[in-house]
Design a protein around this ligand. Structure first.
Ligand code: FAD
Length: 462
């Protein structure tokens, strides 16, 4: 039997580290190369904790790698969104209605650290930090690396190389520079900035806001959100146009402390009250860009494969970028399992091609749904019609379990439903909801005309 090929994984972010662990679990030797220092030895950037929402696709992948139990204590359940109005009033809207339909806030630093700790315990994985990938030569199977601490560049050969080095991937850039792939980023004209909300000093062990929710301050053209951390703090994120216009706020109009305070006090007064040194945080925290990456090819002849953000970075408004990257790992791991020990190059090329073929419709679907969701989060959630639509969708799900599942639930809680199918069914369901909501006879959901619903579902192919 041929020996299993060794893998060089560029980028020990969450996707690279999880994939390295899955490969090692299958007996592969893995070299995991990361430009940053070892997270076990350093404090988080600027002492801030930055978090994200983990949903069922992400937890399914962690479970598959046997890591979910280790991460569970660091995960904060968020069963719904808490909407904050201009006057500080709040309204809770559950995300799902069935047991376990919750998403979880998870600290990025904790996630990375736990994954790296697991990788460090694995004898099949060699971890190399402070090492930047500069270039990849696919023909010669060599990768150019730079040791950041020693200030020395060197080349190394590889057997199989996985590019998991995020949205600005050096691996992808090397392939594009050689004309092997084409990629372009569609930037969003809105940027984001993270701000810390510490635990309130007066309430030991308490939180500034209800911890079991994802908080949203939807303001039409922009929004503030906040996710809880296990230490009693929240991480808030402002999403706002890069360039404002007369009467329309933008990051370019926030150049003075006075402007920042005035904006926050007018728009997010309850949040402004619990963000200490608001103007100083605003001035010192980075303003970062967002966009969708469209990459036409992810693999080269069974030798190189892009995964996670390196292949398909998306905007964060469905909270799915990492969930989707983890789902990449899950699929590749499953395909490796199906094919058994993939030793020869031809079988591996077929495997990478199959991975790309199966995955591409789903990543395209989540990229589109994530863009659509920005409008929902910052604007549509405020309308009474949105609440009514949610109630109607929940009622249909109760009456037609499995046949009607709200699109948000399909994406967040149903990893067995591929993104592309969630998008397709979501469109068909939207037509049913539109028709029912336009029906003036439908004054209360209890009196829904069953015959009409049945025919609408059938017409929509559901
Ligand atoms: P990354 O996390 O970017 O990791 C790449 C790694 O590669 C890094 O460690 C980097 O240092 C390393 N690297 C880069 N270049 C090199 C090089 N040249 N050589 C060596 N190493 C290199 N997703 C969700 O699922 N839920 C959310 O709630 C969510 N919220 C988000 C909020 C915001 C504001 C943003 C911007 C994103 C959010 N995402 C969310 C998306 C999520 O952050 C990404 O999808 C995820 O981090 C991608 O993981 P990755 O491992 O592919 O890439």
């Amino acid at each position: 039997m041929r020996a299993l090929p060794s893998h060089t994984v560029i980028g020990a972010g969450p996707v690279g580290t999880l994939m390295a662990l899955m490969l090692a679990n299958r007996g592969h030797i893995v070299r995991l190369i990361e430009r940053r220092p070892d997270p076990r030895l350093s404090a988080p950037e600027g002492g801030r904790s930055i978090n994200l929402a983990m949903a069922a696709r992400g937890t399914a992948a962690l479970e598959q790698a046997g890591l979910l139990k280790r991460l569970a204590p660091t995960m904060m359940p968020m069963p719904g969104r808490m909407l904050h109005d201009l006057h500080g009033g709040v309204q809770f809207m559950p995300y799902g209605q069935n047991e376990g339909e919750v998403i979880h806030a998870l600290g990025r630093e904790q996630l990375n650290r736990i994954l790296i700790e697991a990788a460090a315990q694995c004898p099949h994985i060699e971890l190399r930090f402070d090492t930047r990938c500069l270039d990849v030569e696919p023909g010669g199977r060599s990768v150019a690396l730079h040791d950041e601490r020693a200030g020395r560049s060197y080349a190394e050969s590889f057997e199989v190389l996985l590019g998991t080095d995020g949205a600005g991937s050096a691996v992808r850039a090397a392939l594009a520079a050689r004309g092997l792939i084409r990629a372009h980023e569609q930037p969003l004209d809105h940027d984001y900035k993270e701000l810390a909300i510490p635990p309130p000093p007066a309430r030991a062990g308490g939180y500034a806001f209800e911890p079991r929710a994802l908080h949203i301050w939807p303001r039409g053209g922009y929004m503030l959100i906040a996710l809880p951390n296990t230490d009693g703090s929240f991480t808030a994120t402002l999403f706002l146009a890069r360039l404002g216009a007369p009467g329309v706020p933008g990051f370019d109009r926030m150049s003075s402390a006075v402007a920042v305070r005035a904006f926050f006090h007018a728009q997010f007064s309850d949040a402004a009250a619990v963000i200490p040194e608001l103007a100083a945080q605003f001035a010192s925290h980075p303003q970062s860009r967002l966009g969708t990456l469209y990459c036409e090819r992810w693999q080269i002849d069974g030798r190189i494969l892009l995964l996670g953000d390196a292949a398909h970075a998306i905007v964060p408004f469905h909270g799915q970028g990492l969930n989707c990257g983890f789902e990449d790992c899950r699929l590749l791991d499953r395909l490796l399992g199906e094919l058994g020990a993939v030793g020869d190059a031809r079988t591996r090329a077929a495997l990478f091609e199959r991975f790309e073929r199966e995955r591409r419709p789903d990543t395209a679907a989540i990229a589109a749904m994530a863009l659509e969701n920005y409008e929902e989060m910052r604007d549509t959630v405020r309308s009474p019609m949105f609440a009514r639509r949610q109630l109607l969708a929940a009622e249909l799900e109760r009456r037609y379990p499995g046949r009607f599942i709200p699109r948000y639930s399909m994406v967040m809680f149903h990893p067995e439903i591929p993104y592309a199918e969630a998008q397709r069914r979501g469109l068909a369901q939207a037509r049913v909801l539109d028709a029912l909501l336009a029906d003036s006879a439908l004054s209360d959901l209890g009196s829904m005309p069953l015959g009409r619903i049945e025919s609408l579902l059938e017409q929509a192919g559901l």
